[in-house]
Design a binder for this molecule. Structure first.
Ligand SMILES: [Zn+2]
Length: 258
């Protein structure tokens, strides 16, 4: 049952037929892991907290730099040198003191990824490196969890939802089906070499938050089995279908589904 304070806080979304009190209760019960509190993680964390996702875990091992401030809108000039995960958790709690927010100043690795992924309903990949992305992609598949992937560089963004081992969606593409091999640094330069505009990470992060909220409400995402490509220079959005690969080294025919 929602309290009177909850009904007031969430009044503008509970009134929508899509949401109702049932949908809000599902949001408050949901557990979401946000990996990365940078350009994508900033809008994701703020919107999830504002919408009333009841349990949010934030993982990031980085500290705020001056070069982050063009896009990582949680942070202020005075925050330079402070751990992002800590500040992001404070910001989420400042918006919504009624939710549980945990933070870890650490990095996802082979040793800890399984426990983190298994303990959450939805994993939001806001990371900035290929190693973390593949670890999360493979682990989400093997643990039967939903992965909301986002990426942005220069004026381009990408977004996808992976549910390759989630009931109702088994057999859709996993992360590795769509990105079978790890790109080298030349093929896929990061934001520090190629540049990034804050409003572009804002668009991608806001869409990641939206898909996460829909999924936590119990609705389907419009992006399971699809990849959304955003070209912000010409303001073009293109949604393409993704296909599972029989030879995928994560979910393919030869792989144990463990
Ligand atoms: Zn696959």
């Amino acid at each position: 049952m929602l309290s009177d304070a909850d009904l007031e806080r969430y009044a503008r979304q509970v009134i929508m037929p899509h949401m109702g009190e049932d949908g809000q209760e599902r949001l408050l019960a949901a557990k979401v892991l946000v990996v990365g509190a940078g350009g994508l993680g900033a809008p994701v964390i703020l919107y999830l907290a504002a919408a009333g996702i009841g349990h949010i875990t934030i993982i990031d091992d980085d500290k705020v730099s001056r070069t982050d401030l063009n896009r990582q809108i949680i942070y202020r000039d005075a925050d330079i040198g402070i751990a992002k995960a800590q500040l992001a958790a404070q910001a989420a709690k400042a918006i919504n003191p009624d939710i549980q927010v945990s933070h870890l100043v650490t990095r996802i690795n082979k040793g800890n990824v399984k426990n983190f992924v298994a303990a959450h309903d939805v994993i939001v990949d806001c990371s900035d490196n290929a190693d973390t992305r593949y670890l999360l992609g493979d682990c989400a598949h093997h643990q039967g969890r939903t992965l909301v992937f986002g990426g942005a560089v220069r004026m381009e963004g990408q977004l996808a939802v992976f549910q390759s081992s989630v009931a109702g969606h088994v057999g859709t593409a996993c992360y590795r089906c769509v990105f079978p091999s790890m790109p080298d640094a030349k093929q896929a330069p990061g934001c520090s070499e190629a540049g990034i505009l804050g409003a572009v990470t804002g668009i991608v992060g806001s869409l990641q938050a939206l898909e996460t909220i829909k999924l936590c409400m119990g609705q389907d995402s419009g992006l399971t089995g699809s990849l959304l490509l955003i070209e912000a220079g010409q303001t073009e959005f293109m949604k393409i279908a993704t296909a599972p690969r029989k030879d995928c080294s994560c979910c393919g025919d030869d792989q144990a589904d463990g």
